[in-house]
Design a protein around this ligand. Structure first.
Ligand code: SAH
Ligand code: SF4
Ligand code: F3S
Length: 446
């Protein structure tokens, strides 16, 4: 069976923002080939799962989902697995799941329409080669979000953190040309979006051969209509003075950084090959705070990495207290096949019980710190961008420049608007607020 005018596609995305952005590119590519996006898999001719391989749990979810889809998919439709798990497992996925007819890694999406057509003709295929030139420059992404836009500026990763699968699933680091990023930023503004997040695995190591990340921030920040500029995830080692200065000087750059710490212990960080010490991480935080007053800081932390002693874990807790993070994503170490961590001595293994206990303690410390900070913010005012209807009640979810979630009353006509709110209540992590100025008082930056 080949494609007809009514062919439909459904994409489900797992993992990080880079995957969300890739799904937008895939959907754009398939839309250009005549596919209409649909909201549920049971009505789709083509079902794609854009997968993540970062932890075993992420992969197990996809395996479970594939089982469900086998029962839910309509006769004649095809299932493809894309993204990092597809890259990691390749042809193995075809044997594991007989109803999967296409396996396609992050650098293969150019061939998507062709491979989907083949799949619909009954031919199963695997496309997992890396392409160092590929940035999908000519694709027109179909953005899922109408208020914020993700712009990928870098693909792959050249770090080799010993726990991490990403360098194996996304290949070597490469940056898009600054001019291409600026072109996309202009286009995003034309679509009516004023908040942009630049994406890369170590986004601040961006270098396109002539321009570095500081220059990129200045160039995108200068695009008329870009009112908020964010980026994720930076690596602590790549915060040059030039980058930190640009953050302080470019008005659009928001006062928030997601700065993965992973551990607060220098010996652990060494085993993780993070390439900074506890002191260097803390010094990076100090530099950011000095240059960007009031900056919100969030992080990623892993517990139970091989060899983690009680003393090392305590150092992580003390670093969390010392920094005072606004939030942290906390993970139990998950061994990933082929990564250096799996070759560490077996006696270094931290039991699941100990890791679970550490995770619970860490979450407590993160929450307590965030709560204390957030309570102090009550009564302050913030400019927020209204993002979406909140999950509960008649409220809207809005976000401040320093990345605080604020729930405010209002209807959907406020989506995409900038408001000034007073922070009136907090759960400890998110806020409730009242609108003190409904009209957007500022001219669009740029
Ligand atoms: N490129 C980003 C991180 C991408 S992965 C960076 O360098 O910061 C997102 C987070 O997942 C990591 O920061 C890390 O905390 C966590 N992570 C990565 N591999 C992991 C593993 N094997 N087990 C548990 N957590 C892991
Ligand atoms: Fe993984 Fe480290 Fe690269 Fe981040 S910097 S993607 S944690 S290898
Ligand atoms: Fe997952 Fe790949 Fe992102 S492994 S976290 S989807 S880069």
């Amino acid at each position: 069976m080949t494609q007809d005018a009514r062919s439909t596609v459904y994409i489900e995305t797992y993992g990080c923002q880079m995957n969300v952005s890739d799904s937008e590119l895939m959907l754009g590519k398939l839309a250009a080939a005549g596919y209409s996006p649909v909201e549920t898999p049971d009505e789709a001719d083509v079902i794609l799962l854009n997968t993540c391989a970062i932890r075993d749990h992420a992969e197990q979810r996809v395996i479970g989902r594939l089982g469900e889809l086998k029962r839910a998919m309509k006769a004649g439709s095809v299932v493809g697995v894309a993204g990092c798990m597809a890259q990691r497992l390749g042809p193995e996925l075809l044997t594991k799941a007989r109803h999967v007819s296409l396996v396609i890694g992050p650098d293969g999406y150019r061939a998507l329409p062709e491979l989907v057509a083949k799949a619909r003709d009954g031919e199963r295929s695997v496309q997992t080669s890396f392409d160092m030139e590929e940035h999908y420059e000519d694709f027109a992404p179909r953005r899922f979000d109408k208020v914020k836009a993700w712009i990928p500026v870098q693909r792959g990763c050249d770090y080799r953190c010993t726990y991490c699968i990403v360098p194996y699933t996304r290949g070597a680091e490469r940056s898009r040309k600054l001019d291409d990023v600026v072109r996309e930023a202009r286009q995003v503004v034309e679509e009516g979006i004023s908040e942009i997040t630049l994406l890369g695995q170590t986004v601040n190591s961006y270098h396109d051969g002539s321009a570095d990340f500081a220059e990129l921030l200045r160039a995108v920040g200068a695009v008329p209509g870009v009112r908020r500029l964010r980026f994720t995830s930076p690596h602590p080692n790549d915060f040059s003075d030039a980058v930190v200065d640009a953050m302080g000087e470019v008005e659009a750059v928001c006062e928030h950084v997601h700065l993965p710490m992973q551990s607060g212990s220098t010996s652990m960080l060494k085993r993780m090959l993070r390439r900074y010490s506890r002191e260097e991480y803390l010094a990076c935080v100090d530099r950011l705070r000095a240059r960007v007053p009031g900056i919100g800081l969030t992080t990623d932390i892993i517990v139970g990495f091989p060899g983690e002693t009680d003393a090392e874990f305590e150092e992580t807790l003390s670093a969390v207290r010392a920094v005072g993070f606004d939030d942290a994503y906390t993970f139990k170490f998950s061994p990933r096949e082929g990564t250096p961590a799996t070759r560490m001595p077996a006696e270094w293994t931290v039991s699941d019980e100990v890791a679970a206990e550490r995770l619970a303690r860490l979450i407590e410390v993160v929450r307590a710190g965030a709560r204390e900070k957030n309570l102090r913010l009550l009564g302050e005012r913030r400019e927020v961008l209204v993002e979406k209807p909140a999950r509960r009640g008649e409220l809207l979810q809005a976000r401040s420049r320093d990345y605080k979630t604020v729930l405010i009353p209002g209807d959907e006509s406020l989506l995409g608007q900038y408001l000034t709110v007073e922070l009136t209540g907090t759960t400890g992590s998110t806020f409730t607020g009242t609108v003190v100025r409904a009209r957007d008082p500022l001219p669009v930056a740029g």
